[in-house]
Design a protein around this ligand. Sequence first.
Ligand code: AMP
Length: 287
Amino acid sequence: MIIGSPSLMQAMSTAHRREGRTVGFVPTMGALHDGHMALIREARLRADFVVVSIFVNPKQFDKEKDLNSYPHTLEADLKLCHAAGVDVVLSPPVDAIYPAGYCTNISAGPLGRVLEGRSRNGHFDGVCTVLTSFFSIVQPHFAVFGEKDFQQLLVVKRLVRDLHFPIEIVPIPVLRDIDGLALSSRNVRLNKRNRQRALCLFKTLSSVQERVFEGEVRARVLLRDARARLKNTPDFKLDYCLIVEPYVLNSIETVSDGARLLLAGTIGTGKNQVRLLDNSPLFIGGQ
Ligand code: AMP
């Protein structure tokens, strides 16, 4: 079932909760792929009533060009959701979420101003604002998020703690294509050549992990080589390449188990430019 009205959704969730059913929520911007489907499968396993939102949130885009070029595939998305046993697809029009006169914004704070937040002004404030709204509309017991957007996952965990939302945040590891490229709705905008070049991110993650297995734990050394590899990729513009501790995203000097390697940049030029994001935990000492 597809619902566009926030108040109808709210009433439906309230009724399910009253009957003692578990409500699970998967927020997305649509153009669904197997990465999203992994989140949906997890929600289906855990919940009696599964809600997937499809909403391209204008507040989290700082460039109109990026917003306008975001892929829309609602019909295909609905079929996928139906096949996956989703109970409700919540797909409200923009003015149902931000009606005339809307003026409340949630700030993501310091965690929202680094990394992705530095390159995309106001991005995480937009994410926190729309999620606050959606959490109050859907009233889920838990919500599922991908580690693909690792900083977003931390920002959301912080939001839920800070504002006392009684919602469990369930993380799902990054899903990849067979050759290692992290699945993303933006991948459909990659031409064949850039699709191949975009593999530089996964190759970098793998080669850093290999060196850590071999015993190199100095972040400075690992990052120097990783950046050199990325900068050697034609048409790839590196935004950041960092090794951070996985809770507040501070850069670290020595890799410890679970430290996170975060990569971001763009591939291609002009109209064909696509932002790429990837990350991986680093493990010490072999399999
Ligand atoms: P989006 O539609 O890009 O806003 O993503 C919706 C949710 O799906 C977010 O929690 C993302 O982190 C998650 N997601 C997107 N791509 C992947 C992926 N390749 N693996 C795991 N989760 C993903």
